[in-house]
Design a protein around this ligand. Structure first.
Ligand SMILES: O=C(O)CCC(=O)C(=O)O
Length: 302
């Protein structure tokens, strides 16, 4: 690992209890198998969430970091029109240079849950911090596996709320039951609502549901599950979240961007590199014709 930075003692921000071997009961695991996602309520304490919130705000205010992303250009909007994400761009791969982020990514509580959900030892590949201030765009519906290309299998996200997250400030949204889909062909997203410009069509008959969360809750979801978020429509609320991405220990490859791959003890695993691109799935009717999935009014601009 390269040189690490942190402000103050990293372990003061995280206090994992000892001896936790199980977080979810069988009925909850069955629910996860059915829906493709589950929330571990208060997996981290309010104090830990508050400490992490303050910590990342200080990091953000201190400067810029490799991989910061404020989003794609908004279609039809001049560059001089203010965008809250320019002041609070998303951070990525902080665990590669920040001790607190590395500790969080490898936290024993996350490992216990991931082992329960994956049925085997997880490997850790990514961290991200979304600040999502008032007025910020969300992220159009997508599948994480489109980016990670884990082979065989898929990835898993651990998305921790640092603030209360609800529909007003752009909480996560999911399409339950889409966790077994292949990687879908992407379409252009509405860049007025989304800071990324790709999206996927929602399968016929499926519904988008909000995931309302409190600080310290961690939302786990399978990498094929369709998910995203709407803009933060509040006038004064952040919607900060700390995210880790993991893959199951049986995986042999993941996209180059996610290397080095770490075991949960922090050691590096030698895994292959999967290629981006390749086949993707479209919705077809019984005769194999591609079907139109968007209502005309809902089709993204562009
Ligand atoms: O936090 C969000 O708004 C979106 C995050 C997301 O979709 C992801 O991490 O894949």
């Amino acid at each position: 690992m390269t040189t690490m930075t942190t402000e103050g003692p990293a372990d003061a921000r995280l206090a994992p209890p000892r001896g936790v071997e199980r977080v979810f009961a069988e009925a909850q695991l069955a629910q996860y198998a059915n829906d493709g996602y589950i929330v571990a309520r208060k997996l981290f304490s309010d104090g830990e969430a508050a400490a992490l919130r303050d910590y990342y705000m200080r990091l953000r205010e201190r400067g810029s970091y490799a991989g910061d992303f404020a989003g794609v250009k908004r279609d039809g909007v001049p560059d001089d029109v203010p965008d809250p994400l320019k002041k609070y761009p998303r951070m990525i791969h902080m665990h590669r240079w920040d001790e607190t982020s590395l500790r969080w990514m490898l936290d024993p509580r996350l490992r216990v849950v991931l082992r329960q959900l994956l049925g085997e030892e997880p490997y850790a590949v990514q961290t991200m911090l979304y600040f999502k201030p008032a007025g910020a765009r969300g992220q159009a519906m997508h599948q994480d596996q489109f980016y990670l290309r884990v082979q065989p299998g898929t990835c898993m996200a651990a998305w921790m709320a640092l603030d209360d997250c609800d529909e007003e400030n752009g909480c996560m949204q999911v399409v339950p039951g889409t966790q077994d889909l292949p990687v879908l062909c992407t379409e252009r997203a509405n860049t007025l609502d989304s800071f990324t410009d790709t999206t996927v069509p929602i399968p016929p008959g499926k519904k988008i549901v909000p995931v309302v969360m409190e600080p310290g809750d961690v939302f786990f979801f399978n990498g094929s599950l369709i998910h995203g978020s709407r803009p933060n429509r509040s006038t004064n609320r952040f919607r900060r979240s700390l995210i880790g991405h993991y893959i199951a220990g049986e995986a042999e490859q993941v996209s180059k961007f996610y290397h080095p791959v770490l075991r949960m003890d922090g050691s590096v695993v030698d895994l292959g590199i999967s290629e981006r691109g390749g086949p993707c799935g479209r919705w077809v009717d019984e005769d194999g014709e591609v079907v139109e999935l968007f209502e005309p009014a809902a089709r993204p601009a562009g």
